[in-house]
Design a binder for this molecule. Structure first.
Ligand SMILES: [Zn+2]
Length: 272
């Protein structure tokens, strides 16, 4: 179980700056360029995958070219115009400050309808679903699956994609909501822009690097019990990013022994 973590930063540029650039956490840079008419803001992504960015501004004597707050999806490293600010009353002082929030993932990604998922553990083994979609323990309103598995079980990619985030520095785990943000994970961006999230991995148990392409079935790490967890298991969910910069989970189907696509049921064991 994992809640979205948003990074909030505030940057204020003094009036009179000509061209300035600020970069945020190795993820993107914002260039502000001043002319007689106003200020142009350009965003330059630093990462090769999608991020969703929300910009809000405090303006004095300036009119924005796009409605604020502005939510944009960035999908490449190419610089893009974000918006322009025009000076309302020339000769009078103007100022602006901006606030950014961002999250990794494509804005409103549409899950490819035909895609089914591989069970994320060794072929020939069967694992029991301890909690399914909308489960009562911690999956209320979420399309997430928990498989019971001993700590150290190899976790395999359920679908091919690009590794966009990993964490394996946390050591603690237990039935304590305050540990919610302290789970280890691997996040893999699929070709349709959705992200697969593999959670509660072992301390030091991630076997892939950010920026690496992985194929379905590849071992990506070892399962564990880190973060808010009632016992050793793997939590898996697929999500898209909403315009509120939230993670909207998607009900996905798995290929199991004898079935080409099925929604997994709580309390049942599945092998492949
Ligand atoms: Zn879970």
């Amino acid at each position: 179980m994992l809640l979205p973590v948003l990074v909030l930063l505030l940057a204020t540029l003094p009036a009179g700056a000509d061209v300035d650039e600020e970069c945020f956490e190795d993820t993107f840079c914002i260039e502000t360029s001043e002319s007689d008419e106003g200020i142009a803001l350009t965003v330059r992504p630093l990462v090769a995958w999608d991020i969703t960015l929300r910009v809000d501004m405090e303006l004095t004597n300036l009119t924005p070219s796009r409605q604020l707050p502005l939510v944009v999806g960035l999908g490449s490293r190419l610089p893009e115009s974000l918006l322009d600010l025009s000076i309302e009353e020339p000769g009078l002082p103007w100022s602006f400050s901006f606030t950014f929030e961002w999250i990794t993932g494509r804005l409103n990604a549409q899950h490819a309808r035909s895609v089914t998922y591989a069970l994320p553990y060794d072929p020939g083994t069967a694992r029991t679903v301890g909690q399914g979609f909308n489960g009562a323990i911690s999956h209320q309103g979420k399309f997430a699956i928990d498989w019971d598995m001993p700590i150290g079980t190899p976790v395999r990619a359920a679908r091919s994609g690009l590794v966009v985030a990993t964490e394996d520095g946390y050591r603690q785990g237990g039935n304590d909501p305050s540990l919610k943000s302290r789970a280890n994970y691997v996040r893999i961006r699929h070709d349709d822009g959705t992200i697969g999230n593999y959670v509660h991995m072992s301390p030091g148990g991630v076997r892939v690097r950010v920026g690496e392409r992985v194929r379905e079935g590849a071992v990506i790490g070892l399962s564990g019990n880190t973060g808010f967890s009632t016992g050793p298991h793997l939590h898996f969910e697929v999500y898209a990013i909403t315009k509120n910069l939230e993670r909207r989970t998607i009900p996905v189907e798995f290929r199991t022994r004898g079935r080409s696509a099925q929604i997994l049921q709580e309390g049942r064991a599945y092998g492949h």
